[in-house]
Design a protein. Structure first.
Length: 243
């Protein structure tokens, strides 16, 4: 039996290289055994251009959004990217986005495949599963920037407001809007449009929730290896208002 792969009919011998081993186990499996950041030094990443500091990652998103607003999107070679990403991924940013069909982070930031690690749920809130997904991204994939992306006229936030005023919601919607209620409560004490304020407060609240998510994300934030920011997507022109 091979001591490397466990195959009873295979013996790779002492000359079996580390690079061959990486090909054997695959990017995802090996990532669970050792942090991807330790591999970056060896240059073993599918997209070297995605190895960025948090500030560089944010600047890249901002430039991509400006191209999107201006209608000057890059031409992405998805065929070549598929081949490059077969063995793994190293997205430079993680996006917590609303599930609203009008909001598409990959388009809004003019990104290619393997560039952004996206978690989507109506109301863009970080529950346990979403937080765990981003923990995986920062610890094993080398992601240095997390963005909570809300949008104006958000139906999930509007439903949370209705529920706070006594409306009865069908199905599982009460469970969903429960996550948004803290932001609605804060917004109710503010002057101005309630929906606009609640959308903003929901983004800010989830930025703080991710920043303080221990032990993984909070540790990277403290070490300034990861940055968490918020933004609001404007439906009329696609512009991101950064908070």
């Amino acid at each position: 039996m091979c001591a490397i792969c466990g195959n009873p009919s295979m013996n790779h011998g002492s000359g079996y290289s580390r690079r061959s081993f990486l090909k054997l186990v695959g990017g995802a499996g090996f990532a669970l055994a050792a942090p991807a950041r330790s591999l970056f030094a060896a240059g073993e990443v599918p997209k070297p251009e995605n190895v960025l500091t948090p500030d560089q990652a944010l600047e890249r998103l901002k430039k991509g959004n400006q191209r999107y607003v201006d209608g000057k999107l890059k031409r992405h070679d998805f065929v070549a990217e598929r081949e490059a990403l077969v063995g793994g991924q190293n997205p430079y940013a993680g996006i917590l986005s609303c599930a609203d069909s009008r909001i598409a982070p990959e388009y809004a930031f003019d990104t290619g495949r393997g560039d952004v690690f996206v978690v989507r749920v109506a109301g863009n809130f970080a529950d346990t599963d979403g937080t765990a997904s981003f923990e995986y991204a920062v610890k094993f994939l080398g992601t240095t920037l997390l963005v909570v992306l809300g949008h104006d006229k958000c139906g999930a936030v509007s439903a949370a407001i209705d529920a706070s005023k006594g409306a009865t919601l069908p199905g599982h919607l009460p469970d969903l809007v429960e996550h948004i209620q803290p932001a609605v409560k804060t917004a109710m004490s503010e002057s101005g449009d309630l929906l606009t304020n609640a959308i903003r407060e929901n983004v800010l609240l989830n930025v703080e929730n991710l920043k303080s998510a221990s032990p993984i994300i909070s540790d990277y934030v403290t070490q300034k290896k990861v940055m968490v920011v918020g933004g609001i997507y404007k439906l009329d022109d696609g512009r991101i208002e950064w908070l």
